[in-house]
Design a protein around this ligand. Structure first.
Ligand SMILES: Cc1cc2nc3c(=O)[nH]c(=O)nc-3n(C[C@H](O)[C@H](O)[C@H](O)COP(=O)(O)OP(=O)(O)OC[C@H]3O[C@@H](n4cnc5c(N)ncnc54)[C@H](O)[C@@H]3O)c2cc1C
Length: 303
């Protein structure tokens, strides 16, 4: 029996309520619909379960990775030889206190934005159309249409590598463009508190409708993808560079540069991770040759 199976047995015994899956296809948990199996997956519903599961995995020296909604993930075709903890939307209790909202990591950003609108709080409209979880959004410092998580995150509940749980102020989270102190995967986001401002409910809803319409118009939402494939290079836009190089429609297997938005690689049917990686390599090479700009992936590659 290997360490993963030993961990599985111990988790079954010590955390009987915890949902566990062996060899769970990650294609079911990524918006790209790509990826081989996770050796072991758990979907905790309580903070204590998540913390305990991570501690046990560390005791068995089993590598552990926390994922949210899988909307920025590219998982290898061979899968992930690790313990994958998925923060599901049910791990997403949310509490509104005055102008602040505190929620567990699994809540979807869309839901959090809707809760803010219901409470008459403005500041999260930008996040309504980002198809990630709060934990993933904080980790990626997700942003759109002038908004970014750094602008609203006040505190984060952090699971540290030694198993302790700390509360970090926003300033400690090292937020930069699509980066945070959590990007390295050593410190995990358990919950976050966002600070918003009182606003007019109808205006908040109208802004969310407007941004949704802009997304539908510009983005290839009919195809599986992981959003923008590359980060915005300093002084440029990745999509404009890719378009300028005539790469819209460029295809490797089932992976294609979207005809609608060159910044997206889409799965047009049966794409493998290898297809996506080859296409991304091709895009980077051609853009570099033509423009001298190096594109850096925004999607996180997991293997
Ligand atoms: C159609 C589409 C549109 C998109 N539009 C935008 C956009 O406008 N702006 C934008 O910024 N992004 C966008 N994205 C990308 C993606 O939605 C964001 O990056 C989102 O924040 C990822 O959240 P997630 O829960 O899906 O994270 P995942 O994809 O599951 O994970 C992303 C990374 O965060 C880590 N992680 C996840 N949860 C935790 C946690 N609790 N603690 C520690 N680490 C964690 C993972 O290990 C991984 O490294 C888009 C994606 C799609 C498919």
């Amino acid at each position: 029996m290997n360490e993963i199976h030993k961990l599985y047995r111990q988790l079954q015994q010590q955390l009987p309520g915890l949902e566990l899956r062996l060899d769970e296809p990650m294609s079911r948990h990524t918006t790209f619909r790509v990826g081989g199996p996770a050796a072991l997956m758990a979907c905790p519903l309580q903070t204590e379960e998540l913390v305990e599961a991570v501690k046990l995995a560390r005791a068995w020296e089993v590598p552990t990775v926390v994922v949210g909604n899988g909307s920025n993930l590219l998982v290898d075709d061979k899968g992930v030889d690790a313990f994958v903890i998925k923060t599901v939307p049910q791990f997403g209790a949310c509490d509104v206190q005055g102008e602040e909202m505190t929620a567990q990591a699994g809540i979807l950003l869309s839901q959090l934005a809707i809760r803010a609108a219901e409470a008459g709080l403005t500041g999260l409209e930008f996040a309504h159309g980002i198809p990630g979880s709060l934990g993933g959004g904080v980790t990626m410092n997700a942003g759109a249409y002038g908004g970014e998580m750094v602008q609203v995150v006040r505190q984060v509940g952090v699971l540290c590598p030694d198993g302790t749980v700390e509360t970090w102020e926003g300033e400690r989270c090292e937020f930069r463009y699509r980066h945070s102190a959590f990007s390295a995967g050593t410190h995990l986001v358990l919950w976050a508190k966002v600070g918003l401002k009182p606003g007019n409910q109808e205006e908040i809803r109208e802004k969310m409708r407007d941004l949704a319409a802009r997304r539908r118009e510009k983005q290839p939402l009919d195809f599986p993808s992981a959003g923008s494939t590359f980060k915005r290079p300093e002084g440029h836009f990745a999509a404009a560079l890719i378009d300028q190089c005539g790469l819209k429609g460029l295809r490797v297997g089932g992976a294609m540069v979207s005809e609608k938005h060159a910044g997206f690689v889409v799965n047009v049917g049966g794409a493998t991770c290898s297809d996506v990686l080859h296409l991304m390599d091709e895009i980077r090479q051609r853009v570099f040759q033509a423009t001298g700009v190096e594109l850096e992936p925004e999607v996180r590659y997991l293997k």
